[in-house]
Design a protein around this ligand. Structure first.
Ligand SMILES: Cc1cc2nc3c(=O)[nH]c(=O)nc-3n(C[C@H](O)[C@H](O)[C@H](O)COP(=O)(O)O)c2cc1C
Length: 270
């Protein structure tokens, strides 16, 4: 019988989802069951049924992007609320070639404390969400990343031993230390908006009004996590990543190293 493999993921701009799919294909499973934590209604459904379907899986691949060296708070809350039933899993974080901070360590710790048995952990690379500003990790995950993700999947499928948290490295910089998420908010040009509603559907916080395409309130504007899902889904470019020259210079400084040196995936097994 084919192993039942599930993918529980948060992925506003799809690179985490691509990596997790490649991991599943490396496990020999081309049609995994997807459990999407990205969209608010789907997160609510997952929490409401306490992950019942998800805990039926033989193996879960759990994927999240890295935001400011950490896991997005939506992922933390969702995993805590779902909980595992000694469900075997692989912990996956995807970052934009700068660094993965404490995210992978946090993910393994969080899963272990909430009923999951982690047998493998990996930090992979995806095109940086702010690559419209500084072109970091363009086109990633690429062929080599996908092949490595498949190899990771193959090895995870054959591993039974629980992973030791002490094996997971941390990169403790000022972003990982801070509790804040340094996000850049997208800008909106109303005259270009076709009111197609794609950004509304893509927003992981449900902050955009369907009828007009505008962000609901000033409070919602503050809640925006700057994930760029709306920018990626906006064909007429009503939503773009534009900043003032000062922020651009700062971002170039932060991402300078990431722009020059290609990082490779990290994979650890139990
Ligand atoms: C608010 C925010 C913070 C981010 N922080 C980091 C970071 O600390 N290190 C890094 O390498 N990439 C960082 N990124 C880039 C994402 O981790 C990367 O683009 C990832 O591939 C996005 O995953 P997704 O395509 O599944 O949404 C950040 C992106 C956003 C939106």
């Amino acid at each position: 019988m084919t192993k039942r493999v599930g993918i529980l993921y948060f992925s506003p701009t799809s690179s985490t989802r691509s990596i997790c799919s490649a991991i599943s294909s490396g496990m020999g499973v081309e049609e995994p069951q997807f459990f999407n934590m990205t969209i608010p209604e789907l997160r609510t459904d997952l929490i409401a049924n306490a992950g019942a379907d998800l805990n039926m899986m033989d193996h879960l691949i759990i994927g999240s992007p890295v935001y400011s060296g950490k896991l997005p708070s939506q992922v933390i809350d969702c995993i805590k609320a779902i909980g595992g039933k000694r469900t075997k899993c692989s912990a996956v974080v995807v970052y934009g070639n700068r660094d993965y901070g404490i995210a992978l360590h946090n993910m393994v710790d969080l899963l272990s404390q909430n009923g999951f048995e982690v047998v493998g952990a990996g930090a992979f690379i995806g095109q940086h969400s702010y690559s419209d500003l500084v072109p970091v990790a363009m086109g990633r995950p690429d062929k080599s990343d996908i092949e490595l993700a498949q190899a990771f999947g193959k090895k995870c499928a054959g591993t039974l031993n629980r992973l030791d948290l002490n094996k997971i490295p941390v990169q403790m910089d000022r972003f990982a230390k801070s509790e804040k998420y340094s996000a850049i908010k997208p800008s909106y040009l109303e005259k270009r908006c076709l009111q197609c509603g794609k950004c509304t559907k893509a927003c992981p916080l449900g902050l955009i009004l369907f009828e007009t395409g505008i962000v609901m309130t000033q409070k919602s504007e503050k809640q925006c996590i700057g994930c760029m899902a709306c920018v990626q889904h906006c064909k007429p470019k009503a939503r773009t990543l534009k900043t003032n020259p000062f922020v651009k210079v700062i971002m170039k400084g932060i991402l300078k190293e990431a722009l020059q040196n290609r990082k490779e995936p990290l994979m650890i097994f139990g």
